[in-house]
Design a binder for this molecule. Sequence first.
Ligand SMILES: Nc1nc2c(ncn2[C@@H]2O[C@H](COP(=O)(O)OP(=O)(O)OP(=O)(O)O)[C@@H](O)[C@H]2O)c(=O)[nH]1
Ligand SMILES: [Mg+2]
Length: 445
Amino acid sequence: MSAFAHVVVRTGRTAFRLQPTVNPLQTALGPSGTRRVLGAVRTYAAAVFQRDKPHVNIGTIGHVDHGKTTLTAAITKRQAEKGFGNYLEYAKIDKAPEERKRGITISTAHIEYETENRHYSHVDCPGHADYIKNMITGAASMDGAIIVVAATDGQMPQTREHLLLARQVGVKKLVVFVNKVDTIEDKEMLELVEMEMRELLNSYGFEGDETPVVLGSALCALENKQPDVGTEKIDELLNAIDTWIPTPSRELDKPFLMSVEEIFAIAGRGTVVSGRVERGVLKRDAEVEILGKQSTPIKTKVTDIETFKKSCEESRAGDNSGLLLRGIKRSDVRRGMVVAKPGTTRVHKKFLTSLYVLTKEEGGRHTPFHENYRPQLYLRTADEPCTLTWPEGTEDADGKVVMPGDNVEMVCETFHPTVLEEGLRFNVREGGRTVATGLVTRILE
Ligand SMILES: Nc1nc2c(ncn2[C@@H]2O[C@H](COP(=O)(O)OP(=O)(O)OP(=O)(O)O)[C@@H](O)[C@H]2O)c(=O)[nH]1
Ligand SMILES: [Mg+2]
């Protein structure tokens, strides 16, 4: 039985429904019977999360209307036919108007399916702005991605922007899906799109020559038409993802840390925080600290864990988990705070950073900035105002400016105490655009 089943809650930031995935047979039989039934009949919606395949986080990225959601729906349809997932219709993934009306929607859909070899969590966002936000805050942290490009348009501004972002957030391997080939007669045109994509990947630091490029039609696959460009290409794509995107090595032996993405109040049970586990393993009933936004940590205990909407004994690096916290009010926790093993990390306010300031062409500022610049820092899931100044002893600090395209070392001070570590990456945003990416090089305070 799903630990936090059948609950619809509205929270301050987003509204969310924790969906029960309960199969009546399983409920009747209980957890031990469930396993026996699962052995005999392939039932996908297991109430208990089965950790029998390596888990990989992926997602669809690319320009508006190039077919990301159609492709996502087509993948779930194909894998459902093979008993590897549940078919999710286009409308369910995308706008979900019914749910929107009732205010039950999330900006990132975590969709789940399997292949022979792996278990996937797949992210598709409803719009460009959501992609930017979710990629930067790490809500959509992907081990690899499918970049979708419509053969009818070829690469477009958001194709490039998403590639840049993918590189910045540490995505190393991509698979290209050239979509809508059902509408293209001219074979040379397709070759051109493929060639241009390989060049573009190279220019953004991906292995463009080796990257698998699959040419197909997500719509055909979804509508069961022309299997040679439809279904067969979905199989080819999944095969490419399985082989080209490596299974990430998770930091399982480090102390547990999860940055809070969303917070729910569950009637009668308490407060649940959810997010992607960055490192370590957490067992049910473990003591934890919640850090950030304030100088002293909050001490509590995790009394239940859900991973992929299924109750489980433990939560591990790479999982998307919900943690039920004992004695914590919804208002005690905010997005961007960190749940960690007690005594293993702490908050800071000031650090030295190495910054890369994006150029105008990369979507950054058109003009230079001076010190005491006050943008927004996006670090893990935290979104924090900060001030950038020159390090002590910088010559001509008074009039010194930072130009788009510069790589500089500066001192960053956050408004609230924030959990920081040397080597951590973050993004700097201003007025809805990314203006810089940075690395924490030394903690100062
Ligand atoms: N002809 C053709 N049309 C397609 C194909 N795939 C998607 N489309 C159509 O292209 C349009 C956009 O598809 P979506 O899947 O919504 O695109 P998207 O990339 O998710 O769009 P945003 O989420 O708004 O960025 C829809 O009308 C689809 O039916 C295809 O393979 N062939
Ligand atoms: Mg879409």
